[in-house]
Design a protein around this ligand. Structure first.
Ligand code: ATP
Ligand code: MG
Ligand code: MG
Ligand code: MG
Length: 564
C-alpha cells in the first residue's frame, strides 16, 4: 500500500475522554472513530487489524471442525420468549418494534436463533455433533460503555454453538474449542490465562474465560503460581476457613448481631445516620444473607457504606442498578460481588474510593472496618474475598497471585438449558427422542485489538505483534522526490516485498523524516526500513524493529529485509 493513497489520520494530542491507553492510541493512530457512546467506526487502517484477528479466529475454528454461517443481527422476540430470556435480559438488550408493531431485539448473543435453526433441520443422531460459528456484530446496551472498542455497545464477536448427543461428547468439543482458543490467543500474540469463570446469565455448568493480562483489565484473576489453579475471583472457591485472614482480622471489629435480618439492624451495624436524603437498601443475596448498601442521594460517594456476606459464593443476586437508582435518586453504575469494582455514580465517573468504608456480614456477626480500598488487589480488600493473594491455592498446589485481565473469550458447557426450553430433540439409534447437549464459545474480536494494545505499546505508540499488524513492514524513503536512487530502491523493495506476499506500506507522502517516523511508531508497524542516500552509498538500508531501542544497518536487499 502506498500511503499517498491510504491516508493516515494521526494526531499528537491525547483525546480528553479516552481513559485507557488502547483507546487513546486507537484514536490517535486513526484506527477507530467514535460515532456515539459505545459506537465506533473502524477506519481502513483499523479494519486491516480487525480483519487479521477475524481471519486467525476463522482459520482456527475451521481447523477445529466448526462450520461458519451468518445469522441476522435482528431477532424476533418470540424466540426469546420461548427460551424465557425476554424477561430476564434487562436493559442490556436493545428492543424495538417493526412497522407491524412486532417486537424485536438487536441480538446480544445467538443461542435462541441457532437453536431455532437446529430444531428446523436436525432430526437424527446421525447429524450430530455439529458446531456452527459466525463472526458477527452484536449490540449490548452496556450501562457504562467505555474504553473505546473494549466495552462498546456495538461490537464484533465470534460466537459458536455446538450440539451433542450426550455430555461426554459435549465435553470433548468443549476441550476441542479450548484448544482452538489457546491457538487463537497464542497466534494473536497475547499474554493470556485461561480461568474458571462464572456463567452469568448465559447459564450452564462449566465455563472458562480467556483473559488477556493488563493492568487496565476490569476482572480480577486468582492464579496459582507453581500450580495450575486459575479462576476469575467472581468464580473462585471459598477459602477453607471462610473467615477474614488472621493477619488482618485484628483490624476488623467483630460485632455480635444475633439474627441480623432487618433493614434497621443492618443500618445500625453499618453506622449510617439515616437522615435527610440518606437511604438504605437491603438486598437479599443468593443463598441467603443480606447485603446492605447505604448511600446518600446527593452523590457524595465517600459516604457509601456497605455490608456484604463474605461466605456467599458468586454470583450475588445484587440489586439491579435501576432499583438502586430509584431508591437513592442517584445513578449507580455497577454493583458487583466482593472484590469487584465498586458502585460508580455515573456523573462522578472517577470517584476516589480510598475512604470507602464497608463491612462484612457473617452469620450473626458483622465485621466493621474492612475496607475495599481503591484497588481490589489491596491487601485489606482481599480479606473479604473468597481467595486472597498469598493463600495456598484451593487445590493445594501453588500460591495465589492476583492479576488483572481483559476477558477476550468465554467458553461454556451449557447442557440442555436452551435445547430443553426450545424443545429441540433428535432421534437416537433406538428411535428414542433425546434432547441435545449444547456448548457455546465466544470471542470478542473487536475487543481483542484493544486488549493487545493494552499489553503492547510504549510512549510513542502501538507495537503490533506481526500477526495482526495492519502492515508488516513500513518503507520510509528519505528525500524520495529529490533522489532517484532512493526512489528506485524504495520502489523495488516495495515491489519485492509485495511479490513475496509481505504486506508492506510505502510512505511516499513526501513527509519529513521526523513526522514519518512519529507516524510509524504511533501506528505500530513492527518492521521499519529507512532508505536514504547515505545508506545506499554503502549499499545499506536502515532497519529497526518497533520494539528495538535502536536501528541497525542491513544490506540493501529485499532478502535482508525478509530475513527480519
Ligand atoms: P463482560 O464480562 O466483559 O461484560 P461478557 O461476559 O458479558 O463480557 P460474553 O457474553 O461472554 O461477554 O461474550 C463473549 C465475548 O464477547 C467476551 O468474552 C468479550 O470478549 C466480548 N464482549 C462482551 N461484551 C463486550 C462489549 N461490550 N464490547 C466488546 N466486546 C465484548
Ligand atoms: Mg457483559
Ligand atoms: Mg464476563
Ligand atoms: Mg463472558
Amino acid at each position: 500500500m502506498r500511503l499517498s493513497k491510504f491516508p493516515l489520520h494521526t494526531a499528537k494530542e491525547t483525546p480528553a475522554d479516552a481513559e485507557v491507553v488502547s483507546h487513546q492510541l486507537m484514536l490517535r493512530a486513526g484506527y477507530i472513530r467514535k460515532l456515539g457512546a459505545g459506537l465506533y467506526s473502524w477506519l481502513p487502517l483499523g479494519l486491516r487489524t480487525l480483519g487479521k484477528i477475524s481471519q486467525i479466529v476463522r482459520e482456527e475454528m475451521n481447523a477445529a471442525g466448526a462450520l461458519e454461517l451468518l445469522m441476522p443481527a435482528v431477532q424476533p422476540a418470540e424466540l426469546w420468549q420461548e427460551s424465557g430470556r425476554w424477561g430476564v435480559m434487562g436493559d442490556e438488550m436493545l428492543r424495538f418494534k417493526d412497522r407491524h408493531k412486532n417486537d424485536f431485539c438487536y441480538g446480544p448473543t445467538h443461542e435462541e436463533v441457532i437453536c431455532h435453526h437446529v430444531k428446523q433441520d436436525f432430526r437424527s443422531y446421525k447429524q450430530l455433533p455439529v458446531n456452527f460459528y459466525q463472526i458477527q456484530t452484536k449490540f449490548r446496551d452496556e450501562r457504562r460503555p467505555r474504553f473505546g472498542v473494549m466495552r462498546a455497545r456495538e461490537f464484533l464477536m465470534k460466537d459458536a454453538y455446538s450440539f451433542h448427543l450426550d455430555t461426554a461428547d459435549l465435553e470433548r468439543e468443549y476441550y476441542n474449542m479450548r484448544g482452538a482458543y489457546t491457538r487463537i490467543f497464542t497466534r494473536i500474540g497475547a499474554d493470556f490465562r485461561v480461568v474458571k469463570a462464572d456463567s452469568g446469565n448465559i447459564g450452564g455448568a462449566m465455563s472458562e474465560e480467556f483473559h488477556i493480562l493488563a493492568g487496565s483489565g476490569e476482572d480480577l484473576l486468582a492464579v496459582a503460581e507453581g500450580g495450575t489453579y486459575a479462576a476469575n475471583v467472581e468464580a473462585a472457591e471459598t477459602r477453607p476457613s471462610g473467615q477474614p485472614r488472621a493477619a488482618a482480622s485484628a483490624a476488623l471489629e467483630k460485632v455480635s448481631t444475633p439474627g441480623q435480618k432487618t433493614c434497621e439492624q443492618v443500618s445500625k451495624f453499618m453506622n449510617v445516620p439515616l437522615t435527610g436524603k440518606v437511604k438504605l437498601l437491603v438486598v437479599k443475596a443468593a443463598g441467603g444473607g443480606l447485603i446492605g448498601i447505604a448511600l446518600r442521594g446527593d452523590h457524595e460517594l465517600n459516604e457509601i457504606k456497605a455490608a456484604k456476606h463474605p461466605k456467599i459464593a458468586s454470583p450475588f443476586e445484587m440489586a439491579k442498578p435501576e432499583d438502586v437508582q430509584k431508591a437513592f435518586g442517584c445513578e449507580v453504575g455497577y454493583l458487583g460481588p466482593v472484590g469487584c469494582p465498586i458502585p460508580v455514580i455515573a456523573d462522578h465517573a472517577a470517584v476516589e474510593f480510598a475512604d470507602f468504608v464497608c463491612g462484612a456480614n457473617d452469620n450473626d456477626h458483622h465485621y466493621k472496618g474492612a475496607n475495599w480500598g481503591r484497588d481490589c488487589a489491596e491487601p485489606e480488600t482481599a480479606d473479604l474475598r473468597q481467595v486472597c493473594e498469598g493463600d495456598p491455592s484451593p487445590d493445594g498446589k501453588g500460591v495465589i497471585k492476583f492479576y488483572r485481565g481483559i476477558e477476550g473469550g468465554h467458553i461454556f458447557q451449557l447442557g440442555q438449558k436452551y435445547t430443553k426450553a426450545m424443545s429441540l430433540s433428535v432421534l437416537d439409534a433406538q428411535g428414542q427422542a433425546v434432547t441435545p447437549e449444547m456448548g457455546c464459545y465466544g470471542i470478542g474480536v473487536s475487543r481483542m485489538a484493544a486488549a493487545v494494545i493494552e499489553q503492547s505499546h510504549d510512549a510513542n505508540g502501538i507495537i503490533w505483534p506481526d500477526a495482526i499488524a495492519p502492515f508488516r513492514v513500513l518503507i520510509c524513503p528519505i528525500g524520495m522526490d529529490k533522489s532517484a536512487a532512493v526512489k528506485e530502491a524504495a520502489e523495488s523493495l516495495y515491489a519485492a516485498l509485495t511479490q513475496a506476499g509481505i504486506e508492506a506500506a510505502l510512505d511516499d507522502r513526501g513527509q519529513r523524516p521526523g513526522a514519518m517516523f512519529a507516524d510509524a511508531d504511533l501506528i505500530g508497524i513492527p518492521h521499519r526500513v529507512v532508505i536514504g542516500d547515505k545508506g545506499l552509498a554503502n549499499a545499506q538500508f536502515e532497519y529497526k524493529h518497533r520494539r528495538a531501542a535502536s536501528a541497525e544497518m542491513i544490506p540493501a536487499t529485499a532478502e535482508a529485509v525478509l530475513e527480519k
